[in-house]
Design a protein around this ligand. Structure first.
Ligand SMILES: Cc1cc2nc3c(=O)[nH]c(=O)nc-3n(C[C@H](O)[C@H](O)[C@H](O)COP(=O)(O)OP(=O)(O)OC[C@H]3O[C@@H](n4cnc5c(N)ncnc54)[C@H](O)[C@@H]3O)c2cc1C
Length: 628
């Protein structure tokens, strides 16, 4: 029996990584928000590896933080190992990666949701979305609770018609023994949304006390206190190590002998899996020339013996998994605690969404996270904060927030999904971004905090921190530009010691810092007036001065890109009237209705020739209008 259970501005379905960010963004922007989840003991649950960040994913976490999100702070407060990756390369690919304590990560995020003003957290399985005349009005749960709202955000992850597969065993289920979400999947189809089928997989978990670590290579964390968030000090917790080992010839032999029992090769799995996160059986088959594959043993937390076997995702039968594990150096006597499995689930092809993540067919209905065809906590959280912000702006009848490809990796992610679609679980990578040197993880705050402030998500503390930091950066850059040193012995000694050429005439400290071999700290040895500036200020001063030329050139490229992005395509344009564009382009453009010439040019199947025809047509129309 259905009953009226309450009225809100915004309802978020799911408390995964997308749902948490969406709910916090909407409530922090002052909207009365309800977040419903089918299991409150699994808020911000990590069904896969306990890691946050890494190349491009670390950039997303920093961008979420700069906008006023929670994932960065939550990771800083609950991590048990942090490492900065790619430090041997340029700053564009430096990437922070942290091992989180899974239980701490979940319990802290749940507490944040429970104590957030304007936010109610409730357990409930949403079975139906309520729609009137293509406009959202609310949701109904399995227990008959009817909640009304002006906007709804679906973030149901890998639960929609979830199916667990292990060898020839399969059953309906969500990740980690949780129930699936069946009703909602059917209802989304009924209200006019198309759904596809994807799959992902996870490796076994093993008992730490059954591992012989002496046969592995320790991977300790960084000693330097590193953090994702631009605010907060981050907690220096006892750092635990990960351990590196390798599969053996015997491992590959066991896999090859049992491929006939693999659901991947028996056709039992219909969903498409993530190319960049292949299962071990997939790796052995696809890269048969490689004698071994790296395996990392990652601790799941401080208060558990469970170890995650990174790189060993599999859906082979349980008995085979045990046999495979015990062929790996250090795991000869290992005890498997959880079996690896594959999960198939329904996802929503994202070309059905606008750049705001609102669905095109139902106004006020948004979706974010793995449901949109992505894979990864960070990708989910990035979509969650944008959906939360735009649902709140919709309720407040304000202009939506659309991040461009030149603003953020979040902009690249959403534009790729919505404009190009994806036919496999989409994972963010630095290679997907045209303007990598501008979209660094170190400058996410300068790119996004003002935008977060404009939509009233960035609070006073964060904003003051931001302003203070960049005031110091500008002041120090100015000071270094005005200070010059003469080619005296003391200066020459420092330059020679750094393998840098001697000075022939006076040089400013900026000119010296532009030299690749000279660091900011080297300048302290040859000039006075240095004070104790925060590390992140020094980092900005160094990067902005050293890469000034490259950054300038990339900004010029962005200007060119911007000109096409600013060429808006009017709603009244009927592509059937545009003579000369290809049939494929016409179909795609009519289906997608891109907002700008720039977006139209990124749709696969739309050629540069089609674009110039449309631009000529629009120019003609514009002239006809002005002549009337
Ligand atoms: C087995 C497995 C392996 C994975 N392996 C990888 C990997 O190797 N690499 C990688 O990057 N990512 C991997 N992932 C993906 C990663 O876990 C997800 O990307 C991430 O969790 C997605 O976050 P989300 O918020 O979109 O959804 P989820 O974290 O799945 O959260 C969905 C939320 O929705 C709730 N929910 C669902 N339906 C309803 C309903 N009807 N009513 C109310 N609440 C509902 C659930 O309770 C949950 O809180 C894996 C996921 C799984 C399950």
């Amino acid at each position: 029996m259905e009953y009226f259970a309450g009225e809100y501005d915004i309802i978020v379905v799911g408390t995964g990584h997308a749902g948490c960010e969406a709910a916090l963004a909407a409530s922090r922007m002052g909207c009365r928000t309800l977040v419903l989840t089918l299991n409150m003991d699994n808020v911000a649950f990590m069904p896969c590896n306990p890691a946050i960040g890494g190349p491009a994913k670390g950039h997303l976490v920093r961008e979420i933080d700069a906008l006023g999100g929670e994932m960065g702070i939550n990771t800083d407060e609950t991590n048990i190992q942090v490492r900065m990756l790619n430090t041997g390369k340029g700053p564009a690919v430096h990437a922070l990666r942290a091992q989180a304590d899974k239980q701490l990560y979940q319990s802290r995020m749940k507490k944040v949701l429970e104590n957030q003003p304007f936010l109610d957290l409730k357990q409930g399985l949403v079975e139906r979305i309520l729609v009137e005349k293509h406009k959202i009005t609310g949701v109904v749960t399995r227990t008959g609770a009817v909640f009304k709202a002006k906007a709804v955000i679906i973030t149901s992850g890998t639960f929609l018609r979830g199916k667990i597969i292990i060898g020839d065993v399969s059953y309906s289920g969500g990740p980690n023994g949780q129930p699936p979400s069946i009703g909602l999947s059917e209802n989304l189809r009924e209200i006019g949304l198309e759904l596809g089928r994807f799959k992902t997989g996870t490796p076994p978990r093993v008992h730490a006390k059954s591992i012989d670590f002496s046969k592995m290579i320790e991977q300790p964390g960084d000693l330097k206190a590193l953090k994702f968030s631009f605010i907060g000090k981050g907690i220096r917790r006892e750092q635990v190590s990960c351990w590196l080992t390798y599969t053996s010839e015997e491992t590959h032999k066991v896999i090859r002998e049992n491929l006939h029992r693999s659901p991947l090769y028996s056709g039992m799995i219909e969903g498409v899996g993530p190319r960049y996160c292949p299962s071990i059986e997939d790796k052995v088959v696809r890269f048969s020339d490689k004698p071994t594959h790296q395996i990392f043993l990652e601790p799941e937390g401080l208060n558990t013996e469970e170890m995650y076997v990174q790189g060993f995702s599999t859906s082979l039968p349980e008995d085979v998994q045990i046999k495979m594990l015990r062929t790996i150096p250090g795991l000869e006597n290992v005890e498997m605690m959880r079996t690896g499995y594959a999960i198939e689930y329904d996802y929503l092809p994202p070309t059905q969404l606008k750049l705001t993540l609102e669905t095109k067919v139902i106004s006020g209905l948004f979706s974010a996270g793995q449901i949109n065809g992505t894979s990864g906590y960070e990708e989910a959280a990035a979509q969650g904060i944008i959906a939360g912000i735009n649902a709140a702006l919709l309720v407040k009848e304000k202009e939506p927030l659309i991040l461009k490809r030149s603003d953020a990796y979040i902009g690249v992610l959403i534009d790729d999904l919505v404009t190009k679609g994806t036919n496999e679980p989409y994972r963010i990578m630095t290679s997907r971004a045209e303007y990598r040197l501008l979209l660094r993880q170190d400058n996410a705050d300068i790119r996004l905090t003002e935008l977060g402030r404009r939509v009233e998500l960035v609070g006073d503390t964060r904003y003051r921190n931001f302003e203070d930091k960049y005031r110091l950066v500008e002041k120090e850059k100015q000071r270094l530009g005005q200070l010059s040193v003469a080619p005296v012995e003391a200066v020459q000694q420092v330059l020679i010691a750094k393998g840098s050429s001697e000075l022939k005439q006076n040089a400013t400290l900026v000119e010296l810092l532009k030299r690749p071999e000279i660091s900011y700290n080297d300048l302290r040895k040859i000039a006075e007036g240095f004070t104790d500036l925060p590390d992140e200020v020094i980092e900005q001063v160094e990067i902005q001065i050293k890469y000034e030329g490259y950054i300038k050139r990339q900004m010029e490229q962005v200007d060119k890109f911007q000109r096409l992005e600013n060429k808006k395509i009017p709603d009244w344009l009927n592509y059937d009237d545009v003579k000369g564009i290809s049939t494929e382009a016409k179909q795609k453009l009519k289906g997608m209705r891109p907002l700008s010439i720039g977006q139209a040019s990124r749709i696969s199947g739309v050629s540069p020739a089609d674009i110039s025809i449309i631009m000529v047509y629009l120019e003609q129309k514009r002239r006809e209008k002005t002549e009337v």
